[in-house]
Ligand binder design. Sequence first.
Ligand SMILES: Nc1ncnc2c1ncn2[C@@H]1O[C@H](COP(=O)(O)OP(=O)(O)OP(=O)(O)O)[C@@H](O)[C@H]1O
Ligand SMILES: [Mg+2]
Length: 306
Amino acid sequence: MTSSNHSGAHGAVIADTVAEGADDGAIVELRGAGKSYGNIRALHGVSLTVRPGRVTCVLGDNGAGKSTLIKIVSGLHQHTEGEFLVDGLPVRFSTPREALDKGIATVYQDLATVPLMPVWRNFFLGSEMTKGSGPLRRLDIGRMKKTADEELRNMGIVLDDLEQPIGTLSGGQRQCVAIARAVYFGARVLILDEPTAALGVKQSGVVLKYIAAARDRGLGVIFITHNPHHAYMVGDHFSVLRLGTMELTASRDRVSLEELTNHMAGGAELAALKHELSQVRGVDVDLLPEEKDLTAPVAAPGEGKS
Ligand SMILES: Nc1ncnc2c1ncn2[C@@H]1O[C@H](COP(=O)(O)OP(=O)(O)OP(=O)(O)O)[C@@H](O)[C@H]1O
Ligand SMILES: [Mg+2]
């Protein structure tokens, strides 16, 4: 059984691979993991489980440790405490290549694409298809174009022209191409670091749709975001980081969007922010939400009014 199956549509194969190695179906697991940079403790005591066909959301404010967490999983950094397991076995990656060999693919926000190259060429960047052998070996352009087209369509991504430079696509479309690419190259775990952060509402919706498509193909997705609304639209499990530790970890049936929003906003911080803003001319703080607005259950019309 291999995790670098290049045949494309193989959600079922992916699920089989996982069942062999891990007893509870987890592909990736962190147990009390942490990371210190010298004497700065960026992450401490974090536990996280990634399962096939599930979206695990990692939320947190700036500096909370989100990137540090995914850098451990994607092989860029090593954990300095706790355990990191893949398919139930302890691992310690020294390079992103080792993570990729285990089927863990990361789509970074500053996508590693060559803007002036066509979409199909970017799809195969670094893993080009060739034909012939020895001195006659050359790029198999026809097959690459055809495959890229099929794979993008399989994911429901329709682009008019795969010859157009990838730089002419919108940020959201480029994210989608990167997701389709990871799926095609046999990823079992897809890590997305704030894929919707720089996008508008419509494009964010498109990216969320392909996160769901990757999940439906059997991938375990780690979705990093600041945005509880985006997380709640596709997430199965939510972990909120604060100052390097896990403040909340709950499956979808255990946490509401309101609770998630409140954890992210931090009631007390919100009050402090409001106070700061009240000192700024032109900002009407009365229009900003109160802590209780974020926690209180939504009242039915006419209810709770005196
Ligand atoms: N290479 C490094 N050396 C020293 N400290 C670091 C390093 N990388 C991150 N840190 C520190 O670790 C903490 C967590 O940073 P991290 O980048 O993981 O946060 P984040 O949640 O991704 O934030 P953001 O939302 O801003 O991307 C921060 O206090 C940061 O300053
Ligand atoms: Mg970050």
